[in-house]
Write a protein that binds this ligand. Structure first.
Ligand code: ADP
Ligand code: MG
Length: 244
């Protein structure tokens, strides 16, 4: 059997006195879609950020495709390129066009020629439904469109895994589905994904597994069907009671 793409083993992290990640053991197989869910402040964002070393951790190990994450340097840049991340805020470069936003990483980090990077960027922008807006600037697009560009920008790096941290929670309600639809398509295309979201419909549609985090610990994990209909722990029952 092939090894899991992402392996977190006994990962611990503190922010001062706060033990924000406690003995986290999490494996994500190639092609798997894992939903990370839990109360505000439970450590979901920190866990995602730790996977691609935007945060350090004190003990344990994290491997991506069998490779341990280096602390810093060129290897880290290359490894980080394998781990795409989409945040709640879209973080596009305001003074660059949509096309430039998507080609920048591939040219600088992956060493692609400009023409090749642009060809690929246009394909990806078509895929997320933004093809006709390639020459606009981010501020000329809606929030939902900007988030789709952010997804295309991540995909342009050919990541092995994509992390999404509440990608729709900053969007107006009518724009949520246009972003979720892109993520559903991505999941069905076989992309390995870790998604922090409270969007149950999305979770039921594409998730292989729901991982419930509370106070820095993985409390339970199950299929979406089982987790949402029959949570085992008091903490999960309490949490679901508040959001459902
Ligand atoms: P979630 O994404 O589940 O809401 P976070 O991972 O953002 O949770 O935060 C987990 C806990 O760590 C919270 O109590 C938060 O206040 C704290 N925290 C997050 N980032 C920092 C930081 N840079 N410094 C200190 N504490 C932090
Ligand atoms: Mg968060």
């Amino acid at each position: 059997m092939s090894q899991p793409l992402v392996v977190m083993k006994d990962v611990n992290k503190h922010f001062g006195d706060l033990h924000v990640l406690q003995d986290i053991n999490l494996e994500v197989a190639t092609g798997e879609v894992v939903i990370l869910i839990g109360p505000s402040g439970s450590g979901k964002s920190t866990l995602c950020r730790t996977i691609n070393r935007l945060e350090t951790f004190e003990s344990g190990s994290i491997t991506i495709d069998g490779k341990e994450l280096p602390e810093e340097g060129k290897d880290l840049a290359a490894l980080r390129a394998d781990v795409g991340m989409v945040f709640q805020s879209f973080n596009l470069f305001a003074h660059k066009t949509i096309l430039e936003n998507v080609t920048l990483g591939p040219i600088k980090v992956r060493g692609l020629k400009k023409a090749d990077a642009e060809k690929r960027a246009r394909e990806l922008l078509d895929r997320v439904g933004i093809g006709h807006q390639a020459d606009k600037y981010p501020a000329q697009l809606s929030g939902g469109q900007q988030q789709r560009v952010a997804i295309a920008r991540s995909l342009a790096m050919d990541p092995k895994v994509m992390l999404f941290d509440e990608p729709t929670s900053a969007l107006d309600p009518e724009m949520i589905n246009e972003v979720l639809d892109v993520m559903v398509e991505l999941a069905r295309s076989g992309m390995t994904m870790v998604v922090v979201t409270h969007e149950m419909g999305f979770a039921r549609k594409v998730a292989n597994r729901v991982v419930f985090l509370s106070e820095g610990q993985i409390v339970e994990q199950n299929t979406p069907e089982a987790f949402f209909t029959n949570p085992q722990s008091e903490r999960a029952k309490d949490f679901l009671g508040k959001i459902l």
